[in-house]
Structure formats: C-alpha cells, structure tokens
Design a protein around this ligand. Structure first.
Ligand SMILES: *Cc1c(COP(=O)(O)O)cnc(C)c1O
Length: 382
C-alpha cells in the first residue's frame, strides 16, 4: 500500500459482528472470560481496548513500524521511553526541544538519576562527541520546536550505532509527520508523536504515540504502557483514527501554505529572520530537501522591530491566526514561545539558542492561503 492509502486502510478491518466500516468506540473496562484466563484477546482495557488496537495498527503502518502504542498525551509517550532507562544512564538530546520535553528531562527525570546533555544536532559530530560509556539514548527532534533546526536522522543513527549499536535512537516526529519523513526507515529505533497535533489534526484531543519495528523493544514498551497505565482512551482513539485518515490531504495543503507564508514573510519589509527549512536561506536546506518530501506547515519568524510592543501588537492583531498554544490542526494558530510553549525553559538557556521575546511561531492551517496572507499583512501593519 502507498502512504496515501495507508492513512485510510492501514491495519484496518471491518468490525466482525456488523461489518461496521469504522471501529465502534468500545466504552468498556473489562471483557467476559469463559474460563479463568480464557478470553478473546481482550481482558482488561488498560492492557488492550479494541478501538485503541485499531488506531495503533494504523499508526504502526504509517511509520512503517510493526507495533504502535497510543498514550494519554505526547508527554506520556516520552515518559514511557525514558522508563526504558535506569539511574545512571545518559541521554543526548537536541538543544532546541519542545518546552515540555525539556521540562520533563531536567525537572522530572534528572531527579531519578538520569543525566542529560543538550547539543546542537545540526552537526552530526556534536552528537557523536557527546557519547560516553553511559549513553543509552539519543533524543532527536527534527524540525525542532520552535527554531526549525534540522538534524540528519540517517547520519546521526549510522554514526551513533557505529560507536555503540546498543544506544537507542528516538525521534520526535511531531512536526514532520510520516507524510514528510519516516525515521524508522532512516535507522531510528523509536518514533514518538504528539498525536494532539498533525496526526489528530483537528485540535479536539490530546494524545501521544510511540512506533517501533523491533519485537523486544515493542514488548518492553507494551509492558510500560500496561504497567504505568497512561493509555489513550477509546473516544480519543476513535477521534484520532478519524482524523488521521485525511493526514496526507491535510499535509499537502499545510506544506503548500507553509511555503507560501514563509516566502511572503521573507520578502516583507517589516520582517527580520524567518525560520523555515523550505527556504534556501535556511542553514540546513539541503539536508531538509533530501530527508523530507516537503517542509511542513510550521514557520517561525522575528519582526525587524524586535521590541516587545511590536511583537505583542502583531500577536494581538491577527484575526484568522488564533493566538493559542498547540499546532497541527486544520486552523491557523500563532504562538509566542517565550510566554507559551517554551515558558518552562530558563531565560539563560533559551537566549543561548535564540529563543528571544521577539520570536513568533505560526502553525499554518489549510485555509485559503490568500486569506492567510491578507491576515498577516494587516497584522504586520497594525
Ligand atoms: C506538543 C508537543 C509535545 C507534547 O505533546 P502533548 O500531546 O502536548 O503532551 C512533544 N513534542 C512536540 C514537538 C510537541 O509539539
């Protein structure tokens, strides 16, 4: 099956008793057994629920994995990956990460004895140079949130595995989605998604996912999902499955609109730097072009006038772009990383990499792009 067919049919079968084309929402916590331990593959819904199973089969197919696991949130999915490690283990992570990921690493898991080093992953050597005998996991986000940095997944994976084949490579694929890049095909062991964003696509649920291609790792993650219990519920699973069926159509438009918005901003007299991997001015344009099939709908930028007044005036003036956290839905959103998505990163750390108060992040939706450009134009002149 081609990708555009998999979003709809991947891992799906009609429901057996009625032929229902969509899986029913199995609002049940438990399943009847004919004799102790004798059941139809479902015993208790924390372990497995048929609606979640249908979604997970689709998610696995989309990333070319063999298994997928749906969690209560993206953060719960990341939490499950870190539970594969033990005190004393080290993690190498990108220096530009979703704020919640940084918060979980530094404020939650450091407390339990995990060590983290943060490096700029736009250079592969920065990753391999950080490897020690205790390194157990490399955490890659590409494109990064919010600076749109690109990491070369295949090169990092190859070089890290050459040093030590037991180091796990996990990729947060939330921004790109499997429509643009498939990390498991590029050598990664684990793909993570905030399905809250593009996979769900309609800003109506919070969910996380992990996809893997290897049996032992799948068993370990399933154990963690079952034992710790941060599962996705049946109603959310149904909504995510409904949403993901249009992923390819939505992404195509997100990418078209994203590129047009980035080009519009780049040539606008009031705009300073634009961060979008599809612009030739982007530091990693060539890697992005090779690694991704297009460049997505996330665009960050700064105004030439970097004052708080000018930045806030823009943020308060857009009409179609709603000022809100989150991204990846059909509707366009504008976000102020410093006060919103990245508020938990200490000022000193965020300034080091360029997350200033003047940074603005757009999630370009799938509306008519002329309306979007007109909205940006009026807000830039407000
Ligand atoms: C939103 C987000 C997360 C966290 O996911 P939640 O579903 O909000 O828990 C992780 N990584 C990235 C890149 C995100 O954008």
């Amino acid at each position: 099956m081609k990708f555009n067919t998999k979003t709809i049919h991947g891992g799906q079968k009609h429901e057996e008793t009625t032929g229902s084309v969509m899986p029913p929402v199995f609002l049940t916590s438990t399943f009847a057994q004919s004799s102790p331990g004798q059941h139809k593959g479902y015993a208790y819904a924390r372990g497995t629920n048929p609606t979640r199973t249908a979604l997970e089969a689709n998610f696995a197919a989309l990333e070319n994995g063999t298994h997928a696991f749906a969690f209560a949130s993206g953060m719960a999915a990341i939490d499950a990956v870190l539970r594969l490690l033990k005190p004393g283990d080290e993690v190498i992570a990108g220096d530009d990460l979703y704020g919640g990921t940084y918060r979980m690493f530094t404020q939650l898991f450091q407390k339990y004895g995990l060590e983290f080093s943060f490096v700029n992953m736009n250079k592969v050597a920065n990753v391999t140079n950080a490897i020690t005998s205790k390194t157990k996991l490399v955490w890659i986000e590409t494109p990064t949130n919010p600076l749109m940095k690109i990491a070369n997944i295949h090169k990092i994976t190859t070089n890290v595995k050459e040093e030590n084949s037991e180091i796990l490579i996990a990729v947060d694929n939330t921004f790109a989605t499997p429509y643009l890049q498939k990390p498991l095909d590029l050598g990664a062991d684990i793909v993570m998604h905030s399905a809250t964003k593009y996979l769900g696509g309609h800003s109506d649920l919070v969910m996380g996912a992990l996809m893997v291609k290897e049996e032992t790792l799948a068993k370990e993650i399933h154990f963690i999902q079952f034992a710790a219990g941060a599962i996705a519920g049946p109603m959310d699973s149904f909504l995510a499955l409904r949403g993901v069926k249009t992923l390819h159509v939505r992404m195509q438009r997100h990418c078209e609109n994203g590129l047009k918005v980035a080009r519009f901003l780049e040539t606008h007299s009031k705009v300073g730097k634009v961060y979008y991997p599809g612009l030739k001015s982007h530091e990693s344009y060539e890697i992005a072009k090779k690694q991704m099939t297009a460049f997505g709908g996330m665009v960050s930028f700064k105004l030439k006038d970097e004052s708080k007044e000018a930045t806030f005036s823009f943020l308060e003036s857009t009409k179609l772009f709603t000022l809100a956290e989150s991204l990846g839905g059909v509707e366009s959103l504008v976000n102020h990383p410093v006060t919103m998505s990245h508020g938990s990163i200490p000022e000193e750390e965020r300034l080091k990499i360029g997350i200033t108060e003047s940074l603005i992040r757009l999630s370009v939706g799938i509306e008519d792009v002329e309306d979007l450009l007109a909205d940006l134009e009026q807000a830039l002149n407000a």
